[in-house]
Design a protein around this ligand. Structure first.
Ligand SMILES: Cc1ncc(COP(=O)(O)O)c(C=O)c1O
Length: 386
């Protein structure tokens, strides 16, 4: 048994980047804002919009208050409304489905692929056929979630959605920095939404998000909806419904600094994932990243039949871990009325997945310990079974 490191092992690490970049740099950024006084959507947010668009390869980026705002704003720009069907992964954080529901649309939950954990294009096609056959809803959009940072099968999902007259919104809330066939998150689907919640691959010091789009028209609609549907010509004429969805300048200042180390942090996440991929026992199933793709590894997630026992064992041994997500959205109280389809893979995943420590700052000592503990658990189980 490898000795437990003399320092805590982290599941997420939102703080170390502060000292990597230097606390003073953050304070300098905050001081600038205190001096110019534009606390909301100041020059920092404008600079960030440009830098994020440049980084992702999307034509336009508009920062906003959170990932949930970003999803909602994108759907508002497409005028999603009651009577619309929005197809969404069910094995996800609730916000992916909450956004269409807030706009009065009907969420149609889609099952996951058992290997990638992402939306299964075959089940998307089945769900579309079912809604068409019923003939009650207007086919509007697909929300495809890059779960744990790993890109969806966009070629298939976009092909199916477009063939049915629908747009695809990528929920890239966990995958900023990921790559799909040479394209970065933000530039792959018709529009994309990301989150800068502190635990995300690019995290700020509070809540933040961004919408990425490829047309000026969509970007202008997002910008208008972000401030209550304001007209760009007359700020006292609100020409559509919107929300308070602005990003504050302090979070933008943080993100401008964090963006400078994002690629380095992503490389370190890949280093950690590679060790897990190659050294963890085959007793654990691992999330498959599609060929020619790179996950942003917001989380590293395995699956095994005795997940709850493994979780207790790891916690006893000082290894933090979490079951993301123990309930698919379609089974949650507020969403049960839309639980109309059988989603066996989502159900199974919710009982078997476990996310284990994934931060850019885990060192070999931490990883040796985590891997050894997990492999010991697997060996005990396998010996019992033999
Ligand atoms: C897949 C997914 N979608 C949406 C969100 C919502 O982002 P936020 O918490 O910034 O509103 C999250 C955040 O956890 C997420 O993981």
């Amino acid at each position: 048994m490898t000795n437990k490191p003399n320092k805590p092992i982290m599941l997420f690490d939102c703080k170390t980047a502060q000292s990597v970049i230097g606390q003073n740099k953050f304070l300098e950024g905050f001081e600038k804002i205190l001096n110019h006084g534009a606390y909301c959507q100041g020059p920092e947010t404008k600079e960030l919009d440009e830098k994020l668009a440049q980084y992702s390869g999307a034509k336009y980026c508009s920062t906003c208050g959170s990932g949930t705002d970003a999803l909602t704003l994108a759907l508002m720009a497409w005028n999603v409304k009651p009577g619309d069907a929005v197809f969404v992964s069910s094995f996800t954080f609730v916000a992916s489905a909450e956004a269409p529901v807030l706009l009065g649309a009907t969420p149609i939950f889609v099952d996951s692929d058992p290997n990638t954990f992402n939306m299964d294009p075959k089940d998307l096609q089945r769900a579309i056929d079912e809604v068409k056959k019923e003939g009650k809803l207007n086919l509007k959009a697909v929300v495809a979630v890059d779960i744990f940072g790993s890109p969806c099968d966009y070629d298939e999902i976009i092909k199916i959605a477009h063939a049915n007259g629908m747009k695809v919104l990528s929920d890239s809330c966990q995958s900023f920095g990921s790559v799909y066939h040479g394209k970065k998150a933000g530039s792959i689907a018709d529009m994309s939404a990301t989150s800068f919640y502190p635990t995300k691959p690019l995290g700020c010091f509070g809540d933040g998000g961004a919408v990425f789009s490829n047309t000026n028209e969509e970007n202008e609609l997002v910008k208008s909806c972000r401030v209550h549907g304001m007209s760009p010509e007359d700020h006292y004429d609100n020409v559509r419904l919107g929300m308070t969805g602005r990003m504050n300048s302090f979070q933008a200042a943080v993100l401008l600094l964090k963006l400078t180390i994002l690629d380095k942090e992503l490389k370190e996440r890949v280093r950690v994932a590679k060790r897990y991929d190659s050294e963890l026992s085959s007793y654990f199933g691992k999330q498959k990243v599609l060929d020619n793709c790179q996950s942003a590894y917001a989380l590293y997630t395995i699956h095994c039949e005795d997940r709850d026992e493994l979780m207790a064992y790891l916690k006893e041994n000082g290894i933090p871990c979490g079951a993301y997500y123990p309930r698919p959205v379609n089974t949650q109280t507020a969403y049960k009325k839309w639980n109309t389809r059988s989603l066996p893979v989502c159900e199974k995943l919710s009982k078997t997945v476990l996310s284990i420590p994934m931060t850019p700052y885990l060192d070999d000592e931490d990883l040796d310990y985590v891997i050894n503990c997990m492999n010991e658990f697997a060996a005990k189980k396998q010996n019992k079974a033999a």
